[in-house]
Design a protein around this ligand. Sequence first.
Ligand SMILES: N[C@@H](CCC(=O)N[C@@H](CS)C(=O)NCC(=O)O)C(=O)O
Length: 232
Amino acid sequence: MFDLTDFPITRRWPPADPTVIQLYSFPTPNGVKASIALEETGLAYEPHLVTLSDADVKSDAFLSLNPNNKIPAIIDPNGPDGTPIGLFESGAILVYLAEKSGALLGDTAQDRYHALQWTMFQMGGVGPMFGQLGFFVKFAGSEIEDPRPRERYVSEARRLLAVLETALEGRDWIAGPFTIADIALAPWLGGLEYYGAKELVGWDDLKNVPAYLDRFMDRPAVQRGRQIPDPG
Ligand SMILES: N[C@@H](CCC(=O)N[C@@H](CS)C(=O)NCC(=O)O)C(=O)O
């Protein structure tokens, strides 16, 4: 039941305890979604550091678990029907961990669909748009002279932040109770600082979003999960 030798990734990153969830990740906004959810739910797991270098994410071993060469990915030795399951895409991992633990999707069917709605909003909107913003503001794209891509992603980031600012009025968490949607969204809000993009997106004009990020960062499980795996 706990034999993980069918997963080639375990030969490069061997499990110390093959009975627990194996996490392959790096502490980026997408990576920490998985470690924070694991810390919040209390599910037993073992982290493995997979850096963003081609030698790791494009290795045959990692591609055998995620052909899309991106962290995070997991193996649960005790998946549905008691058989092992491998998963990639942080949104799918969040839903899986929430359903497995019975936590982080609220208490009612309404909560659950709202949590999924805002998780999709992050996966399809905030993640890709903020990621491109980072590319054009901080990384290689910042050397491109044409201002239009940068302007496009700054204006999309501002628009998405305005959606959140309105939705957070009068509530602590985006779907009502604390859910996977918060774990998906908040690390990306924190990423704006790392990109040096806060001023560009008008962060100081917002009230609810910065308070929301502070509330998220205050959670002990979030503080632990943000450091996992230890990047060394
Ligand atoms: N949609 C994916 C995106 C994951 C992603 O972009 N991961 C980045 C780090 S934040 C990565 O692994 N990059 C390595 C590469 O692209 O080579 C998810 O949410 O899991």
